[in-house]
Design a protein around this ligand. Sequence first.
Ligand code: GLN
Length: 191
Amino acid sequence: MAVELGVLGLQGDYAAHGAMLDRLGATWHVIKKPSQLDGIDGLVMPGGESTTLIKLMDSSGLWKAIADYAALGKPVFGTCAGMILVAKDVINPAQRSLGLIDIGVERNGYGRQIDSAEVGGIFRDAEGNRPMDMVFIRAPRITRLGDGVEALAECRGDVVMARQDRVVVASFHPELTDDLTAHRYFVEMVA
Ligand code: GLN
C-alpha cells in the first residue's frame, strides 16, 4: 500500500513507532516541522509528556499545522500523551488539547502504584476478540466516550483504544510490545 505516514518526532519514543511501521512495510517520515506534513496520509502522535509536547508543538508551529491537517479529515493515531493531545477534554490537571476525538481523559489516571505495567487486554475488530499485551506508562485513563466513539480495546474494565471517524487513540504504548495489531489497524485504516 502506497501510503506515506508521519510520526511526530518532537519528544518520546517515535523511533519505536517507526520500527513497528517498518515491520508492516509502511513508509514513514519523522515530523519535526509543519512543512513535513505535506503529503502525509496518516500521522502517529507518540507518548511522552503532554505538557512539554504542547510547548514544543507551539514553538515549532506544529500545533496549528496538526489542527489544520486534522481539519482536512486526515487520519491521526494518538498514543498515551498523544491521546491526551487529541482528546476533547483533559483533567488532572486540565490543559488545552486539539479536541479531535470526543473523549474525556484523566492524565496519570491509573495512579502511582501502577506507574508502569505490562498487562493483558482484549482487542476487538470485525474478526472478533483477541488477547493483546499492553504497556502502560503513567498512562492517561479514558473517563468518557462520546456517542460517535467506538471502543476497540479494553483492559481491566476500561476502554484503552478507541476510534472516531479517522482518529484512533490508545492509552497504552503499542510500540513497546511485539504485537503489531494496533499499528496494523491504523495503517489499514489510512490505506
Ligand atoms: N503522563 C504523561 C502525560 O500526562 C503521559 C505518559 C506517556 O505518554 N507515557 O502527559
